[in-house]
Design a binder for this molecule. Structure first.
Ligand code: HEM
Length: 530
């Protein structure tokens, strides 16, 4: 189960051996494919019996322990609760700043998770539904415009603007309106996602080019300035002034930025910083807290839109490719949501109606199985061992980057049987749920580091499906990549059009751009249906 080429000194031949291993693994896949497709291929190529193995291809990557066995995955993220690996922080620092909630560990992580948790309470999320419906209607309007022009567009770009608009409200109570016009903070964010080490393995110098370094610094400033201004404005409001007893403060919405300010005020009450603060006029926020709050808001803006947008794209894609599933979801909407015209208002008036859309939820769950947007990366610890569920033998984690690639787990035939690669939403119906493999489905991970935004993502995905599948026919247009090639998006980069362009016949394979995104942003044609 240990795959490495280690002939001993001189190190040069070891590096050459590692390059050869990676070269032979990568030769059958498109250059830009998301690394999470690789573990299953390694297993097959090297006849590895277990569903976990060590891979050491230093210096191309950290020594790794790949895990796509459900039981071992559960040990890694839940039972042993291994901490986040430092590479996560190296990645997130460019998007969020130092100490973000996704990559940090220990008391700092715990503090911020506790502060932000109320923002994801079920009652609060339901109150967001009308706003999400409004944003989704703008998305539908954009689809009508694309249909009228008969043009091919990148669905992922549209879905991203939608999810960004939603997350703007959730985090900052702001209408970013990126579906209507560009927004400087979002533009900086989008560029930053493309400047982080996505294709690092292919281009190790990518992070060291002066132009890239400058752009990352500039984007960081734009994002900090924008969010900092919103934070300061909210802090300056009369009802936010620290030192005022909590009961006397006006009840605020549970948006992230206010939750952070609330925490700040509670923390300050009676403390040293409060004394310093009440003496300044107007009161000023402690600089360290301000920096940390901006980092967390940036974290939520990133984590809260990137993953959900690609899930929306893949759900619409899988429905196109599976007409019987499309018929069934449309029928469910006919039965529960009335006519296409009245559905948006119906959902706004009674958000709980979403709970009746069982099959729609199954479509989203199955989409997340086949096309998971993320994975889990942990750091091994001295003396902390994983245990083989079959043999009971223990193996070390120390010095390894422990990776649970959800794609490999969710498509592992040992876990999901012969239908591992088949789109079958009905496996998630209540009557079939007992047959689901234990711990084999974890698109949002499990345990204390599970996804804080999962319920919000599921609400968003169901709403957008409820408002689109009966109104539009979507058709992926990978046959016409030239048409959107001048749209100025990152996907338009011609470098990636060379060489192999499908993964075992699948053209819409995932690539790594922040999270797992559809290749080329999923070029699409759309027609209005009703
Ligand atoms: C379909 C959409 C989404 C998917 C597939 C997804 C997936 C995940 C996964 C797998 C993790 C755990 C990563 C790990 O264990 O290393 C995670 C964590 C996280 N997600 Fe999501 N996510 C989604 C949507 C969202 C949304 C909408 C938000 C915010 C509004 C969000 C915010 C976060 C945050 C802050 C964390 C870190 C939590 C912690 O460590 O305490 N995610 N997500």
């Amino acid at each position: 189960i240990a795959l490495t080429y280690a002939p001993g000194p001189p190190g040069h031949s070891m590096i050459w051996g590692h390059l050869k291993i990676m070269g032979s693994i990568m030769q059958d896949v498109p250059a830009r494919v998301h690394p999470h497709v690789i573990p299953l291929r390694i297993k097959e190529k090297y006849n590895i019996e277990t569903d976990y193995f060590y891979l050491d291809v230093w210096p191309l990557a950290d020594p790794m322990l790949h895990v796509f066995d459900p039981d071992v995955a559960q040990q890694v993220t839940v039972d042993l609760a291994l901490p986040k690996h430092s590479t996560m922080a190296d990645f997130m620092i460019h998007l969020a700043g130092p100490g973000d909630m996704v990559s940090s560990n220990g008391p700092h992580w715990k503090k911020w998770r506790t502060i932000m948790n109320p923002g994801f309470a079920a009652s609060h999320l339901i109150s967001l539904v009308p706003g999400i419906v409004d944003d989704s209607l703008i998305f539908c309007q954009r689809m009508v415009e694309h249909a009228e022009k008969g043009e091919i567009f990148r669905l992922e770009e549209n879905a991203t603007r939608l999810t960004v608009d939603i997350i703007g409200k959730v985090t900052m109570d702001l209408k970013l309106n990126t579906q209507s016009a560009p927004n400087e903070m979002v533009t900086a964010f989008r560029e930053q996602v493309q400047l982080v080490p996505n294709e690092g393995m292919l281009d190790p110098l990518a992070m060291w080019r002066p132009k890239g370094i400058y752009k990352r610094w500039r984007n960081g400033r734009v994002m900090n300035r924008y969010i900092g201004k919103v934070l300061d404005e909210r802090f300056a409001r009369a009802d936010n002034i620290a030192g005022r007893p909590v009961g006397e403060r006006k009840q605020r919405k549970r948006v992230m930025i206010d939750l952070a300010l609330d925490a700040y005020q509670s923390q300050q009450s009676g403390g040293e910083a409060e004394k310093a603060q009440v003496n300044t006029n107007p009161p000023q926020m402690d600089a360290e807290f301000r920096r940390a709050a901006i980092t967390q808001i940036r974290t939520f803006v990133f984590a809260g839109h990137d993953t959900t947008s690609s899930t929306i794209c893949y759900a619409l894609y899988m429905l196109q490719k599976n007409p019987e599933c499309m018929a069934r979801i449309r029928q469910e909407h006919d039965e529960n949501l009335g006519g296409v015209e009245s559905a948006p208002q119906l959902i706004k008036d009674d958000p709980h109606i979403l709970k009746k859309l069982d099959y729609t939820m199954c479509v989203v769950r199955e989409t997340l199985r086949l096309w998971p947007a993320a994975g889990a990366v942990r750091g091994g610890l001295p003396g902390v061992m994983i245990r083989d569920p079959k043999t009971g033998e223990s193996y070390p984690t120390e010095n390894f980057l422990v990776w649970v690639p959800h794609y490999a787990l969710h498509r592992n035939p040992n876990v999901w049987g012969d239908s591992a690669n088949t789109f079958d939403p009905s496996r998630f119906l209540a009557q079939n749920e007992s047959k689901l493999p234990e711990n084999g489905y974890r698109p949002f991970e499990k345990g204390q580091r599970n996804c804080i935004g999962q319920e919000l993502a599921l609400i968003e995905a169901r709403i957008i499906l409820a408002l689109t599948v009966r109104s539009f026919e979507f058709q992926a247009a990978y046959d016409s990549l030239d048409e959107p090639k001048d749209d100025g998006s990152y996907y338009a980069d011609e470098r990636w059009r060379k060489g192999k362009q499908d993964l075992d016949g699948e053209e819409a394979y995932q690539i790594l751009v922040g999270s797992a995104k559809p290749r080329e942003g999923m070029p699409t044609r759309v027609k209005v249906r009703l």
